[in-house]
Design a protein. Structure first.
Lengths: 316, 274
């Protein structure tokens, strides 16, 4: 049975009052249980999308849905399913985590006992139990971030929307959050997170959505993206070093755009899809070049990201 | 039908949660404590200073109340600015809206909760001030000698608080900066609106539509113009050739509160959090 859509946006556009067109008719969906990395350079439209999904701003056109509920038409019903951490929220500095959670527990309709139990659970999860009754105003940046992540999980939401969740965390804090996200995935929660830490995203997410200039550029699984190879490179090894004539034959094979050999080993660059790769291998064998190893280079998420946004990584 | 009643129950629950949360914040920020201290110290001074310098108290409890309760309207304005000046704007300025506005609660529920909490805090301070003054009257004039208009004065002070809070919530809802909304609230209530009503009076125009014009009603109910700066800021005493009408005052305070609050609630709930 196919999984339902936990998050969906349809033809979503947003033009700010200052004229900036942040989103240009984007469409995507996130299925229940997916952990999706939402990537793009600064100003690409990531936070705008997340603000629309959490009803902080209204789209100029289009719709956003959480669990099939239109966020703008029925925000209370939609947001009841969501735990959200957007940008860097301010803290009620004179209150303690327990007091803040008591309030939000009531807003989420939790009983006093459930709120107390969930508060303990989520603060344990982010290693803040010892600070449950300390004023939030005295927390470090990392502790504050961990506290907000705990707050997003207070009501055990089905969908988590996390905007740069590891911002300001030390390596141990990042590792903790990575573990939490993986655990949430195991529990069947749906997570969409934006981050600039691509290694983090590659490790925790099973799908990627890339956005730039307010348009969705790529939507696929991490596995497909890295295997399909935005790098378009093949590591090759032949039985013997190639003579000049054999090298010319290799360069002339359909789909090959560049050859770089060093003795028996080298790298081919190609244009096209996996059909082209198969054709190159077939051609090399047919031409008697005797390949003994022929392996697609897996592109890193970073390679894919850079190829999408350009080397300057900025807004064009 | 049951869906609608469940939604209404949820809104009422959220509003009450917001009231409790805001009251907790007022206490933690010590604003409530400061206002209560003010409500204690000022009437104590009115009581202790005449005793210390040997000046006799007013001849009757009515005159005593008419004089000492003149500060009530000023205290109400200070409380309103304290508790309402940044009630909404602080969510934006301090970016706490990124937590509170993404929770499943209506912004209007939060708004009403904040307003009620600010009113409860203002009312508590006002009641405390009247309570201390009441105790002083009992001490000076004997048990049972309380002017009949005392409760009317208290009711007017509370209504004046509703109106003053409506003004502060208007600034708080339309401004993004806490400093700006706080400053505008203080200046509007304590300076700008009283100046407007004063200038209009001098120009021969009855400033019946200015809410702060009715500050002196808290003391005029005792039959005088009040003893604290002519009935507090913007009061109808002093140079004014007009004096605020009691019933018009009640209407103006009620209507201005409703209109300003409705406007503020719409602005606060429709604002885009860009």
């Amino acid at each position: 049975m196919p999984r339902a859509e936990a998050i969906a946006v349809e033809s979503l556009s947003k033009r700010y009052r200052n004229g900036v067109q942040a989103l240009r008719g984007i469409d995507f969906s996130v299925r229940e249980g997916d952990v999706v990395g939402y990537l793009g350079p600064n100003g690409a439209g990531k936070t705008t999308t997340m603000k629309v999904l959490t009803n902080l701003i209204r789209p100029t056109e289009g719709h956003a849905y959480i669990a099939g509920v239109d966020v703008q038409k029925h925000p209370l019903e939609a947001l009841a399913h969501v735990g959200a951490l957007i940008e860097v929220p301010g803290v009620y500095e004179y209150l303690t985590p327990t007091e803040v959670m008591a309030y939000f527990g009531r807003v989420h309709g939790l009983s006093h006992a459930s709120t107390a139990e969930r508060t303990k659970t989520v603060l344990d999860r982010v290693r803040l139990s010892e600070w449950a009754d300390a004023k939030v105003g005295g927390f470090s940046t990392g502790m504050t971030r961990r506290f907000f992540i705990a707050l997003t999980m207070l009501h055990d939401p089905d969908v988590l929307i996390l905007d740069e969740p590891v911002l300001g965390l030390d390596p141990k804090g990042m590792q903790d959050i990575r573990v939490i996200i993986k655990d949430l995935a195991k529990e069947g929660k749906t997570v969409i997170l934006s981050s600039h830490l691509l290694g983090e995203v590659a490790e925790t997410c099973n799908r990627i959505i890339m956005i730039n200039h307010g348009k969705i550029q790529v939507t696929d699984t991490v596995e497909n993206l890295t295997k399909a190879g935005a790098s378009r490179r093949i590591d090759v090894e032949f039985l013997a070093p190639l003579e000049a004539e054999a090298l010319s034959t290799l360069q002339a094979l359909p789909g090959v755009t560049r050859v770089e050999m060093n003795g028996r080993r080298g790298t081919l660059e190609y244009a096209g899809n996996l059909e082209a790769v198969a054709a190159i291998l077939h051609g090399a064998v047919g031409a008697g070049l005797k390949p003994v190893s022929f392996a697609l280079q897996e592109a890193s998420l970073e390679d894919i990201y850079v190829s999408m946004v350009g080397k300057d990584g900025g807004i064009h | 039908m049951s869906t609608i009643s469940a939604a209404i129950r949820k809104d009422l629950r959220d509003t009450w949660s917001a009231v409790l949360f805001e009251l907790d914040k007022h206490m933690r920020r010590r604003r409530l404590l400061i206002a209560l201290l003010l409500a204690l110290v000022v009437p104590l001074l009115f009581y202790a200073v005449p005793r210390a310098v040997g000046v006799p108290f007013a001849a009757t409890s009515t005159l005593f109340a008419g004089t000492n309760l003149g500060f009530a309207s000023l205290l109400v304005l200070i409380s309103a600015a304290f508790f309402g000046g940044d009630a909404i704007s602080s969510e934006l300025d301090k970016r706490t809206f990124l937590v509170s506005y993404v929770a499943p609660q209506r912004r209007t529920s939060m708004f009403v909760g904040k307003y009620l909490a600010a009113f409860f805090a203002t009312a508590l301070v006002t009641l405390f001030y009247y309570g201390v003054t009441f105790a002083e009257m009992e001490s000076v004039y004997g048990w049972g000698d309380v002017p009949a208009a005392f409760s009317t004065s208290l009711a007017v002070a509370l209504l004046y608080g509703l109106g003053a809070l409506a003004v502060t919530f208007t600034f708080s809802s339309t401004m993004r900066s806490t400093i700006t909304s706080n400053m505008l609230s203080f200046f509007a209530l304590l300076l700008i609106l009283p100046i407007v009503s004063g200038v209009l009076s001098i120009a021969g125009v009855n400033p019946w539509f200015v809410p702060t014009y009715y500050a002196s009603l808290t003391t005029s109910v005792f039959g005088g113009t009040g003893g604290f700066g002519g009935g507090g800021p913007g009061g109808g005493g002093g140079l004014s050739s007009f004096s605020p009408d009691f019933h018009t005052g009640l209407w103006v305070l009620c209507v201005s509160s409703i209109v300003l609050l409705a406007f503020s609630a719409i602005v606060a709930s429709r604002r885009q959090m860009e």
